[in-house]
Design a protein around this ligand. Structure first.
Ligand code: GLU
Length: 476
């Protein structure tokens, strides 16, 4: 049978790194098997689902290169099918209406707590007589629909990542609600475990690949598959992504959404590459820097770890720098110029931009570094203590004077480096200081500090932008 997998995100927030990693493992598995990767938007939580989150999720997946097959399924459009499934379970006795009120259930839980028992529904309405049901209805009680979970049942499956799994019916919290409260002769809003089974079956999903936080749901869903007589798919539960303290990565750990990573200056290539390493280990000799295509040709679940995967910023930064260093100057230009434009900077011309990028690119880790490292070429830099100190010395002052004097006579257009070197030499002579001192002072005047990229190239770029003499004049 042809492999069909799916990502089923709930659009109640932006695309989270955990969901993106689940998407990635689904995508890689489908690509490796020559199967299909589908999407289902689980938007049945009406209050928390928002169209802008759906958009953010789709955009994020596209950006990461995780293209999907077929039109995404919108879960809220399938309520009729979900209710038909519930009706079938009711008709066949696998499900029943429970008329217990919220107050009664709260009282039940309080008693359980007092007795030191774990909270569970005590199946009190599992076998109501016709008479009891009629009475509840006459009282005007509403009802949820519950699915029977036999306590003695053992639910087992061979998980593609975690091996043999088994779960006791008694540990699933009692008969589960599959439809929200509604008038007694109606069926209320269908709930997650039921809906997922109906939808996965109708989408002919062969493998359900999702986070390990869904393991107990899998046990419940297998019972529903059996009751409905539907073929049970294979399951693979991926490890969680953990923070540096070993706890599940959450919003509290800062950046977790894919669009935030993008805004911080991470490339989709590096992030996708990094996410494959969150729980999967590459075969010997493959290194750690690879494209999705390369991974897809070797991906399988035997190399996915069971243990949680710690998020490692250093590795992500290293990969991002690798990617940026691999990019052609044109590609870098294409990605960084928009940042300059957004900053409101006036860009002299394309060859100037290319030369500036060539100068700064060895120091890029994030794309946004392309903004920060370029800033002194567009905006007057702040004068830092080391630069200020240098410019206040006598030798510093003489250097600037000497340089300006020579430049007034013989301005440099920023193109021939030999000319700049001669200018420095002559300026040093006329100022009566060493060439090294002139260079140090020039750097301080141009960049405001004593550190930075190659001086002559820096000067050349500022000269071409018509900014070198103005910057020198500030310090006279
Ligand atoms: N909507 C669920 C989630 O986002 C889907 C889980 C599943 O893959 O079944 O967690």
């Amino acid at each position: 049978m042809k492999v069909r997998v799916r990502l089923a995100p709930s659009p109640t927030g932006t695309l989270h790194i955990g969901t993106a990693r689940t998407a990635l493992f689904n995508w890689l598995f489908a690509a490796n098997e020559g199967g299909k990767f589908l999407l289902r938007i689980e938007d049945t939580d009406k209050e928390r689902s928002k169209p802008e989150f759906t958009e953010n999720i789709l955009e994020g997946l596209k950006w990461l290169g995780l293209s999907w097959d077929e039109t995404p399924i919108i879960q809220s459009e399938r309520v009729k099918e979900h209710k038909q499934g519930i009706q079938k379970l009711l008709d066949q006795g696998f499900a029943y209406r429970c008329y217990a009120t919220e107050e009664e259930l709260a009282e039940m839980r309080t008693l359980q707590k007092l007795r030191g028992q774990p909270p569970r529904y005590d199946n009190r309405h599992r076998n109501l007589s016709n008479k009891e049901e009629t009475t509840f209805k006459a009282e005007g009680r509403t009802a949820v629909v519950r699915f029977r979970i036999e306590e003695q049942s053992i639910i087992a499956w061979d998980d593609l990542i975690r091996g043999h799994m088994s779960w006791k019916g008694a540990d699933l919290g009692g008969d589960m609600v599959i439809a929200r409260r509604a008038q007694a002769d109606e069926i209320g809003d269908p709930l997650y475990n039921l809906v997922v089974v109906i939808d996965d079956a109708s989408m002919n999903i062969t493998h359900v690949i999702r986070g390990e936080d869904h393991i107990s749901n899998t046990a419940k869903q297998i019972l529903i598959y059996k009751a409905l007589g539907i073929q049970i798919p294979e399951f693979a539960h991926t490890p969680l992504i953990l923070n540096s303290e070993g706890r599940k990565l959450s919003k509290r750990d800062g950046v977790t959404s894919i669009s935030e990573f993008k805004n911080m200056g991470y490339t989709s290539e590096a992030l996708a590459n990094y996410m494959t390493l969150l729980g999967w280990s590459a075969p010997e000799g493959m290194g750690e820097r690879f494209s999705l295509k390369e991974v897809s040709s070797v991906f399988n679940f035997s190399r996915v770890n069971k243990a949680g995967a710690k998020f490692d910023w250093d590795k992500l930064n290293w990969l991002n720098a690798q990617v940026l260093h691999e990019w052609s100057p044109e590609k870098l230009l294409q990605e960084i110029i928009p940042l300059w434009i957004a900053a409101g900077w006036e860009i002299p011309d394309k060859s100037w931009s290319k030369d500036l990028l060539e100068l700064i690119s060895p120091s890029l880790t994030l794309l946004t570094d392309g903004l920060e490292l370029s800033r002194p070429f567009f905006e007057e830099p702040n004068l830092l203590p080391d630069g200020s100190k240098q410019l206040q010395t006598n030798e510093g002052q003489q250097s600037i004077r000497g340089l300006l004097q020579e430049l007034e006579k013989n301005p440099w257009d920023g193109r021939e480096n030999q000319k700049a070197k001669e200018l420095l030499k002559v300026a040093a002579e006329s100022a009566g200081v060493k060439k090294g001192v002139v260079m140090k002072s020039l750097r301080a005047a141009l960049l405001g500090c004593l550190q930075g990229p190659d001086l002559i190239t820096t000067w050349g770029l500022l000269a071409r932008a018509g900014k070198d003499r103005t910057r020198l004049r500030r310090f006279l």
